[in-house]
Design a protein around this ligand. Structure first.
Ligand SMILES: *Cc1c(COP(=O)(O)O)cnc(C)c1O
Length: 367
């Protein structure tokens, strides 16, 4: 059986280093906002080519804290609108509604699965304050034309980088492309911890200061609370794990790219629509998503061949019960994507034999 993703396999090769790092933290007696978080924030800033990284409890909170901070700074207010791809993972949208701003879903592009830049302008109203660009499945969703639109309408660009650690656009890393970015270090992500974790990156000093305050009870001095903050800090233990794994992120992304290239060059089946990458470095292949008309049948077929797959995602946000008020809205492209996508196994621990097996099974489908 080829699993879709085995979390344990992602970490076994680093186990010795991880154990040593964790042991050091245990002995240090510093478990919350200690030196490892400071060091990780410094290293991740260097990696993303930004001035500031602020560790958070998870990826959703990272996005939440960016929007909340812009509210405290007087940039956003309740009722303002943020444009967001209609086919994103629910977390991107939750971060907007949690702050009582209005998410405005925009249809994605059927080729890239990222927000369709051509459709942004027609969705901008006087209340629009930002574009939340999601680099979905690992591919950069930002572009120069998006930046031009943002400039023209005075919109902030917030990146959701939860699936795209290390992806590059014209020499710049994701996390440095817009005004602020949220990352997740959930164990399955390209850079994953051994539990929950997240981070905000930005070059904006004021925003960085506000996120830093709000993640820690709205306080920068113990028992002195300037804002009604939250508790969402990156643990010292997760920071030390991430410091070990950050060193291997680029290497793992190279392996992901190599597998993706094999899939794209060797899967030849008219029943399957393969993904495309605009250029090599712009995709870090968090997921390898293909589309096919009879998706459920294809999934069962692969399972019989011993290949496990997942659907990212089966139900679009506007059809979820949580967003009842949107259930009657129609986003034909998003719905088409949700009805036809299926993710093949792709991760840095896959063997060449497993990759060949997936390719052969895909090529035999429908024959
Ligand atoms: C994983 C993910 C998040 C949320 O991250 P958590 O750490 O699980 O809160 C946000 N956006 C996208 C696109 C994601 O894939």
């Amino acid at each position: 059986m080829i699993p879709f993703l085995n979390f344990k396999d992602l970490n076994v090769s680093y186990k010795k280093k991880l154990m040593a790092a964790i042991s050091e933290v245990i002995d240090s007696g510093r478990y919350i906002l200690g030196p490892k978080v400071v060091e990780f924030e410094k290293e991740f800033s260097k990696y993303c080519l930004v001035k500031h990284t602020i560790g958070t409890g998870n990826g959703l909170d990272a996005l939440n804290l960016i929007i909340r901070s812009y509210k405290e700074l007087g940039v956003f207010k309740e009722g303002d609108e943020i444009l967001v791809p209609a086919n994103t993972y629910i977390a991107s949208i939750l971060s907007i509604s949690e702050n009582r701003l209005k998410p405005v879903p925009v249809e994605p592009d059927l080729l890239t699965y990222n927000i369709d830049v051509e459709k942004i302008e027609q969705n901008i109203t006087k209340k629009a304050k930002a574009i939340l660009v999601v680099h979905l499945y690992g591919q950069v969703g930002y572009s120069e034309s998006m930046k031009r639109i943002a400039k023209k309408y005075n919109l902030k660009i917030i990146e959701d980088c939860a699936q795209a650690h290390g992806a590059v656009y014209k020499g710049k890393k994701v996390g440095s492309l817009g005004d602020a970015a949220g990352f997740s270090f959930y164990p399955s992500k390209n850079l994953g911890g051994l539990g929950d974790g997240g981070a905000v990156t930005t070059n904006d000093q004021k925003l960085a200061d506000m996120v830093r305050l709000l993640r820690n009870y709205g306080s920068h001095k113990k028992y002195l609370n300037e804002y009604k903050g939250i508790n969402s800090r990156l643990d010292e233990l997760q920071a030390t794990v991430l410091l070990v794994k950050l060193k291997y992120l680029d290497r793992e992304n190279v392996i992901r790219r190599k597998i993706a290239r094999s899939y794209i060059s060797m899967i030849k089946n008219p029943l399957l629509i393969l993904p495309s990458a605009s250029y090599d470095l712009a995709h870090v292949w968090h997921l390898f998503v293909v589309r096919t008309a009879k998706r459920d049948e294809f999934q069962k077929y692969l399972l019989k061949k011993g290949i496990d797959t997942l659907i990212h995602y089966p139900i679009p946000p506007h059809k979820q019960r949580a967003y009842k008020e949107w259930n009657k809205m129609i986003f034909p492209i998003s719905e088409k994507i949700h009805d036809t996508v299926i993710s093949l196994p792709l991760n840095p621990t896959m063997t060449a034999r497993e990759v060949s097996k997936v390719i052969a099974a895909c090529n035999d489908y429908g024959k």
